[in-house]
Design a protein around this ligand. Structure first.
Ligand code: DGL
Length: 273
């Protein structure tokens, strides 16, 4: 039984959707979560900058917190750098689990992915969906992608419903609506918080897929396969939340978004990489 923590990170609050799923599925595991709110958003930044931030945070989680595994709870970071090839511990990203869930869920074969400018521009989902289709023997998958700049900023301000975000969603989701997708992957970990608005704009017949649960399942499999799991029923995991921005805001909004496990947010800072 390996009691070292799971290290997780995102540019801000989005990865809390993954943290929620991991806490629910693996309640005995300790988690150290970094929300890099001091440098968010990642989605509009050059890939090289995001890659440098991701490396820095992952190293911090391993060196300072003895993380046994790194969960990249951010599509933009996972699209910018392949940390698995660089780190001394296993890495779980959100992209492959999400792509597999998307291809499994579609009935018509017309699928969509929405994400940040960085994620969609990187081509990571185009590659991952093609690989998942190949792996699952799904021949006729047609993928439509749309970048949704602005969505993350609404979530970081704690605004997840209302006219302003609905008007923006109607404009940004037009390409995936026109492509008549029957299944839409929320390819940014912030977007599940906007599921009500996105669902309303897309229509109730479109299935929304979030990679959070799939990532938690992939993490469980990896921990079991590598002997790194901590599965005691007598143990409740400790959850530590760190923010590189305003910690009071992180605690207040984070608790609203994640739930009661987020009792405190501690400051963390990173030098310019
Ligand atoms: N939540 C992140 C993602 O999954 C990044 C959002 C951002 O900082 O732009 O892509």
């Amino acid at each position: 039984m390996d009691q070292r923590p799971i290290g997780m990170f995102d540019s801000g609050f989005g990865g809390l959707t993954v943290a929620r799923a991991v806490i629910d599925l693996l309640p005995a595991e300790d988690i150290v979560y970094v929300g890099d709110t001091g440098r968010y958003p990642y989605g509009s930044k050059p890939q090289a900058d995001v890659a440098a931030y991701a490396r820095q945070i992952a190293r911090f989680l391993i060196d300072e917190h003895d993380a046994k595994v790194i969960v990249v709870a951010c599509n933009t970071a996972a699209s910018a750098v392949d940390l698995a090839s660089e780190l001394p511990v296993p890495v779980v990203g959100v992209i492959e689990p999400g792509a597999r869930a998307l291809v499994s869920a579609t009935r018509s074969g017309h699928v969509g992915v929405i994400g940040t400018v960085g994620t969609v521009g990187s081509g990571s989902y185009q590659r991952a969906v093609a690989a998942a289709a190949d792996h699952l023997g799904a021949a006729d998958i047609e993928l439509a992608c749309a970048a949704c700049p602005g969505f993350v900023e609404f979530v970081e301000r704690g605004v997840v419903t209302g006219d302003e975000i609905t008007v923006l969603a109607e404009r940004l989701l037009a390409p995936v609506r026109e492509a008549k997708v029957d299944t839409l992957l929320l390819g940014c970990t912030h977007y599940p918080y906007l599921a009500r608005v996105i669902g309303e704009v897309m229509g109730s017949e479109v299935v929304l897929v979030s990679s959070a649960d799939e990532t938690a399942f992939a993490l469980r499999t990896l921990l079991d396969d590598t002997g790194l799991a901590c599965r005691s029923t007598a143990r409740t995991g400790r959850h530590t939340f760190l923010s590189s921005g305003d910690v009071d805001w992180f605690r207040a909004l984070g608790r609203r978004l994640l739930g009661p496990e987020l009792t405190e947010a501690l400051p963390v800072s990173f030098p310019d990489p």
